[in-house]
Design a binder for this molecule. Structure first.
Ligand code: FES
Length: 466
């Protein structure tokens, strides 16, 4: 059996094979179109969230009224599914910072949803960053839900969260004692560890308070509403999550090969927040959930044919897992459109300027209208890359490569107000100062002066002509 553990020989092998923090394929899309698809509004996310909360609270009231009658079962089924499954895509979207325009609102959803899912908020933020860096790369991705050869005994109990839920609770308790495993340390930055320990202690305290409530009341009712639904309501999260990557290729740098897009009906799409467009999400994580169907239509010509339904997905996944049970190296072959082989891949979606040296380490980078509000222009000078932005009437320039992985061009990112958001993990920088504004970025970008001379933009890059 292949070793899937992190911080292991498999990890070292993935690094040696160039699979860690590597450059991934991105389907070609125009910068204008990508920018318009990446717009977030508080209003749209608020409507979806209010509907979800209304359903959650309504089902909780029904559950309470129905207590210990025959209606308890269907009421618990609905409440549990909303609590233990539908909180997952809300957690996920707000973790990316793409649901609301406001970071505060995203965090207001992310932290309670983490609790509902038994996930440690900070730990999982970093775990998900790694999942996006190294999707289904063995030894690197902490979110592979089934190792090969797949065992039914590893999947089935998680319909009621038995293995995954108990693992996460045990891990939280361990973190509350200050003990973080080498596997978790492998993706957690040093500065985040004290926060993980503090959050774990707070979470364990709340769990103990719920248990104390049960003892005081002499009843298991509190557990029916909190903690319990993280288990008995987890089934839909597993059923939908199984379709994301299982059976597809491991260790490949193309989401079209290892991630599935399926069509779902509107009810499931609401419960799952459009995460059925999963390949699109992985390829362009800056696009919010509500724009994923439009993104799908935009790049469909470059993607494998989506599966038409959940049932069709399981018709593909189940035989694949049975086959991988006896032959773990077997993977579902996917047909990739031929034309895409010649397309630009990563970095294909950006406006670029043609710099011309004007002496003194300065470069003419175009006329002063060439940088439009909300757009980023990439400037390559020798082996350096810069990014130009217009915020209000002012033009700014920063280093063009994200300081997090040092391989991602910010010119393919998204301007959010006065910040630039990296297209890989949604980290953000202040455009004017270059300072980091959103994890996972921690290190500032260099900033450069841009002046207008006779209607031309001159970037004072401090470089000699290459
Ligand atoms: S590469 Fe991770 S946030 Fe930029």
């Amino acid at each position: 059996m292949r070793d899937y553990s992190l911080a292991s020989a498999a990890d070292a092998q993935a690094v040696a094979n160039g699979l860690a923090d590597a450059e991934w394929y991105r389907s070609p899309i125009s910068p204008d179109r990508l920018q318009s698809l990446s717009v977030r509004t508080n209003g749209r996310a608020a409507i979806d969230l209010l509907l979800y909360v209304a359903l959650l609270v309504g089902s909780a009231v029904l559950l309470y009224w129905s207590l210990w009658s025959w209606w308890t079962l269907p009421a618990a089924f609905v409440y549990g599914t909303l609590y233990g499954s539908s909180s997952d895509p809300r957690w996920h979207e707000c973790g990316h910072g793409t649901a609301f325009r406001s970071s505060v609102l995203n965090n207001l959803v992310y932290f309670p949803a983490s609790f509902m899912l038994l996930r440690e908020a900070t730990l999982w933020r970093w775990s998900h960053v790694r999942h996006h860096s190294d999707t289904i790369v063995v030894g690197r991705d902490p979110e592979i839900i089934l190792a090969r050869p797949p065992q039914l005994g590893d999947w089935l109990p998680n319909l009621i969260g038995l293995k995954a839920g108990t693992f996460m609770m045990r891990r939280t308790v361990r973190h509350a004692t200050g003990n973080i495993s080498a596997a978790d340390e492998s993706y957690l930055p040093e500065h985040a560890k004290p926060l993980v320990v503090r959050e774990a202690r707070m979470t364990v305290t709340i769990w103990l308070a719920v248990l104390a409530g049960c003892l005081v009341l002499g009843s298991a009712v509190p557990l029916l509403f909190v903690i319990g639904p993280s288990f008995y309501g987890a089934w839909l999260m597993l059923v939908l999550g199984t379709t994301q990557h299982l059976g597809l290729r491991e260790d490949v740098l193309d989401h079209r090969q290892n991630t599935r897009t399926i069509y779902l009906n509107p009810v499931l799409r609401f419960l799952y927040l459009n995460m059925n467009y999963h390949a699109e999400h992985h390829m362009f994580p800056q696009v919010p959930y509500h724009a994923l169907p439009r993104l799908h239509r935009e790049i469909q010509h470059d993607m494998p044919t989506p599966l038409p339904s959940l049932i069709a997905a399981y018709r593909e996944v189940v035989p694949a897992l049975r086959r991988q049970h006896t032959d773990p190296s077997w993977e579902i072959p996917r047909e990739i459109p031929v034309a895409s082989a010649a397309s630009g891949g990563a970095g294909a979606s950006s406006d670029t300027a043609q710099p011309r040296s004007v002496g003194g380490g300065a470069f003419d980078v175009g006329d002063d209208q060439s940088v439009r509000p909300g757009h980023v222009v990439r400037v390559d000078i020798g082996d350096r890359t810069f990014a130009l932005y217009r915020v209000g009437r002012d033009i700014f320039a920063t280093d063009g490569i994200c300081t997090h992985s040092r391989s991602v061009h910010l010119a393919t990112g998204t301007v959010v107000g006065d910040q630039i958001e990296c297209p890989k993990h949604n980290g953000r920088f202040d455009i004017a100062s270059g300072e980091p504004r959103r994890a996972p970025v921690c290190e500032a970008l260099g900033t450069y002066r841009v002046v207008v001379v006779d209607g031309r933009l001159v970037l004072e890059a401090g470089l000699k002509h290459p």
